[in-house]
Design a protein around this ligand. Structure first.
Ligand SMILES: [Zn+2]
Ligand SMILES: [Zn+2]
Length: 145
């Protein structure tokens, strides 16, 4: 469930961008946070239609990038090179993904060593990281048999 603070975060972002905070945009935010962890734009569209809301594919495709830019959703590129989204919840540390190319399951992991190495690499290039996206494609334990 989306928290009032997160709705405020979206409002603030839209205000900074001089965009309107519409009911439809708020609804898309709420519905995105009600979905399973990793979802596609179409999953959101089908859920909203299923729940009886009027929205369009175009509106959803326009709104999702705004939610990413406001820091409420993160993007993952899956095995089919499609963008998936995931609500940013509680833990501020980002996690990485193992993506099975056969069954499409996504396994999340965190590793502090990887984070340290990335910071060292960025520092050595005097590169200022904003965020990292880490995806490993392959076969999960069931599919590798
Ligand atoms: Zn698999
Ligand atoms: Zn994830």
């Amino acid at each position: 469930m989306v928290k009032p603070l997160q709705i405020q975060q979206f409002k603030d972002y839209l205000e900074r961008k001089r965009l309107r905070f519409t009911q439809e945009r708020q609804l898309i935010l709420e519905q995105a946070f009600a979905l399973k962890n990793h979802f596609r734009a179409d999953d959101l569209l089908f859920q909203m239609i299923g729940n009886g809301y009027k929205t369009s594919k175009a509106t959803i495709y326009r709104t999702l990038p705004l939610l990413v830019q406001s820091g409420l959703l993160t993007e993952i590129i899956d095995a089919q090179n499609q963008t998936m989204y995931e609500p940013v919840q509680g833990d501020i540390r980002q996690h990485a993904h193992l993506i099975c190319v056969r069954c499409s399951q996504i396994i999340e992991f965190r590793d502090s060593e990887i984070e340290v190495i990335q910071q060292t690499i960025c520092a050595s290039h005097r590169f200022q990281p904003l965020k990292y996206r880490h995806e490993i494609l392959g076969y999960c334990a069931q599919c590798a048999l």
